[in-house]
Design a protein around this ligand. Structure first.
Ligand code: HAM
Length: 418
């Protein structure tokens, strides 16, 4: 038996209703905020992710699916969507058409992480990016949309945590203070942190090793080093969130696992998710587009982990869909007539099934029961001779015989009443 790849899951028909629900809510909630969908490839040149996410991050150092193609070019399965969307934004000169571009995407991402509940090697994100707005109003609009989306799918217990990571004006001062703090604890840090601390001390604060976390508990906070502009930006975001009644808490220790962030960063966390508690995350990346060779255009975005969202939804709210009709036929003639009837019902948009193999009536009824058809149609030689058919409602067992040429309107009535 050839099995699937560890950490890459099949989404089976019994689970698909929840995915369709999430995708339809994205398409309902995001467009009123001005967002259009973009679809970008799952494969990109490796360099794109190294330059954007950062060479020293866990994602780039340890988690990327990277391989040479047949011409020897290094390609990578996207570990996230922001870098690809920014690459497309620059490549298609989208900045020349619109001063502000709001884009969303839904699709698979790939990270070679140790699989566990809520953490997979192929997972799916719903992402949204506002490109071209420096105003804190953009931050708040994006967060409002994120909260509105959570509300629309019935999740009310995710907590928004907020931080600011400063900008190129104030970050160097903070890095310096952090580097001094880390240097005093170097002997207890893991080898990754010891290696990264000099040129990227923020990564040490994001380390998952317990010992490193404990050692950095009293590390200086970026919030104490923000410049006046970053402080004002952050204060405005908090004030406007409060005005919109969006609850949040400031988490001054949050640094995020990607290097491109500036100013506002955030995570939506839930205690229901166990150790992988972030169901969505994002932030501002005002220098990213320029660093990828584009114009100096700012941006802010988020990505929601769909598998984690689904863990939070009540799966019993998404029963697999039932057929409207199961058609039972008796005898060869009825089988053929039944088949053309079935085809007509399907073309008319009813979800209709039948058995093709001429099984006994009992076996066919058993199958109708198993698939939980709402109505069973029974077509035997007698009904065929009279141009009639029997309709049986599976929920209450009621039965009636109707003329075949009146079948469709009667079926619509009966189905609407169930
Ligand atoms: P991220 O924090 O790396 O950010 O991922 C966002 C979300 O994707 C996480 O909060 C989590 O719900 C989900 N996620 C990440 N890795 C896994 C995994 N291995 N298995 C299951 N779910 C996972 C980003 O990806 C940024 N691109 C977000 C962003 C958009 N920032 C600005 N714009």
């Amino acid at each position: 038996m050839i099995t699937g790849i560890k950490g890459m899951n099949d989404i089976l028909p019994a689970e698909i209703a929840a995915w369709h629900f999430l995708e339809s809510q994205v398409r309902e909630v995001f467009p009123p905020f001005g967002f259009n969908e973009i679809r970008v490839p799952v494969l990109e040149k490796t360099e794109l992710f190294c330059r954007s996410i950062g060479d020293d991050t866990d994602i780039v150092e340890k988690e990327m699916y990277t391989f040479p193609d047949k011409s020897g070019h290094s390609l990578t399965l996207r570990p996230e969507g922001t870098a690809s969307v920014m690459r497309a934004y620059i490549e298609h000169k989208m900045y020349a058409q619109n001063q502000v571009e709001k884009l969303y995407y839904v699709g698979p991402m790939f990270r070679y992480e140790r699989p566990q509940k809520g953490r997979y090697r192929q997972f799916h994100q719903i992402g949204a990016e506002i490109i071209g707005e420096t105003s804190p109003l953009a931050d708040v609009q994006l967060l409002n949309m994120l909260c509105r989306f959570f509300g629309s799918i019935g999740i009310r217990d995710a907590l928004l945590q907020l931080n600011s990571l400063g900008c190129p004006a104030c970050r160097p001062g903070y890095r310096q203070a952090l580097a001094v703090f880390i240097a005093s604890r170097l002997d207890v840090l893991c080898s990754d942190c010891r290696r990264r601390h000099q040129h990227n001390p923020l990564r040490v604060l994001d380390c998952k090793v317990e010992q490193c976390r404990t050692a950095c508990q009293d590390a200086p906070s970026v919030l104490d080093h923000l410049c006046a502009d970053c402080s004002t930006h952050f204060a405005t975001v908090r004030r406007l969130l409060t005005d919109l009644n969006i609850p949040f808490e400031v988490n001054k220790r949050m640094v995020r696992g990607l290097d491109y962030y500036t100013r506002t960063t955030f995570e939506m966390v839930s205690s229901r998710l166990g150790s992988q508690n972030a169901v969505a995350a994002g932030g501002r990346y005002d220098g990213l587009i320029a660093s990828l060779g584009g114009p100096p255009v700012p941006g802010i975005g988020f990505a929601i982990g769909m598998e984690r969202l689904i863990l939070m939804l009540n799966s019993s709210s998404f029963p697999p869909s039932r057929p409207d009709i199961f058609l039972v036929t008796l005898g060869d003639k009825a089988l053929e007539k039944g088949f053309s009837l079935l085809s007509g019902l399907q073309v008319d948009g009813l979800r209709a099934e039948m058995d093709f193999s001429g099984k006994s009536m009992k076996a066919q009824m058993r199958r109708a029961d198993k698939v939980q058809a709402r109505l069973v149609l029974i077509l035997g030689e007698d009904e065929l001779a009279r141009n009639q058919i029997q309709i049986r409602a599976m929920d209450d067992g009621s039965q009636e015989t109707v003329d075949l040429d009146r079948l469709l309107p009667i079926l619509s009535d009966r189905l609407a009443a169930i």
